[in-house]
Design a binder for this molecule. Structure first.
Ligand code: SER
Length: 316
């Protein structure tokens, strides 16, 4: 088997994905890459690390050649909230970056490219509950625009050039290892940190805001399972809905309060409320379940218990 490269390896998903991939395929066979954020000592000591800017195609091409890469997990991206403040940066990193990865994949005949899409591919016209896989994709954020275009580009590369590109539409991802950077769903991570540190949190969306969410162990498993799925069983490629749990910000606070009774959550919605309001509340993921056996493990109570245990140790 050829080696694996992860872009965005120092980010929220990348950092945990690299660990899982190294456990499964061997430390030396998984090359972590990042743009500016330096790797943790743990990541750097465990296996190879390189700096690349995905906007520069030759930088991707050189590392792919150097390490005899067969699969790329392309996790490097600008998220929704930063994307609204820096739309040109989001366009360059998310779209030009992905296009570069796809072109390198074609030129160097990669076996597989994994690229996550997002619930941000949907928009205010999309049905909000049990959102179908095939539905209206009219996002109102630059991040969402790049995600829809990314899904289409990936499918185009699969059908036109035979590059095996795969991906799913992730909901908000919650995790305890690395903080997310610049997303609309970041409150669902920050609330746990603040509950432990200060017993208070000021949430930037309304109490009744419901969004689909997923705990990190399910997210890394989804990526690795889809990467290994039998291609002949896949009717979709880059646009699988994956659902795990849905809750309001108020329900999230209440689940934390069960463990930390003195926890107080206040709500002061800012510009991110409008982004959250444009996204679905829950997704129909029957295509993912049928085509590659997707099944999440964590619900809200199980995730809250695990998050609080992990963060209490980490923040001691
Ligand atoms: N978590 C992402 C964001 O909030 C959505 O994919 O931007």
């Amino acid at each position: 088997m050829k080696n694996i490269l992860v872009t965005g390896a120092c980010g929220q998903i990348g950092s945990e994905l690299v660990e899982k991939l190294r456990e499964k395929y061997g430390n030396e066979n998984v090359v972590a890459t990042g743009h500016k954020t330096p790797p943790t000592e743990k990541m750097r000591k465990a296996g190879p690390f390189e700096y690349i800017d995905v906007v520069r195609k030759e930088e991707i091409a050189n590392v792919v050649k150097k390490y005899d890469i067969g699969t790329i997990y392309h996790m490097g991206a600008i998220l929704s909230a930063v994307g609204e403040q820096k739309p040109q940066l989001a366009f360059n990193v998310n779209l030009i970056g992905l296009y570069n990865v796809l072109k390198v994949g074609r030129e160097q005949k990669l076996e597989r490219i994994m690229v996550p899409s997002s619930i941000a591919a949907f928009g205010p016209d999309t049905p909000k509950d049990n959102t179908p896989n095939e539905t209206i994709l009219r996002p109102t954020t630059m991040y969402g625009v790049t995600k829809v275009a990314g899904e289409l580009l990936g499918d185009y590369y699969f059908h036109k050039f035979g590059v095996d590109v795969r991906g799913m539409r992730f909901p908000g991802i919650i995790s305890s290892e690395t903080l997310p950077g610049g997303g609309t769903t970041d409150y669902a991570v920050a609330i746990y940190y603040e509950a432990i540190k200060n017993k208070r949190y000021t949430c930037f969306v309304r109490e009744d805001t419901v969004l689909p969410m997923m705990y990190m162990p399910d997210a890394t498993k989804a990526l690795m399972d889809l990467a290994e799925a039998d291609v002949s069983k896949l009717k979709h490629h880059c646009d699988f809905n994956v659902n795990a749990m849905s809750f309001s910000a108020g329900e999230l606070a209440a689940s934390i309060k069960k463990h930390i009774p003195e926890f107080v959550c206040e709500y002061k919605p800012d510009y991110r409320q409008e982004i959250a309001d444009s996204w679905p509340r829950s997704l129909n993921d029957s295509a993912a379940r049928k085509e590659w056996g997707w099944k999440p493990k964590y619900d809200l109570p199980a995730m809250t218990k695990d998050m609080l245990e992990k963060l209490s140790k980490k923040l001691k």
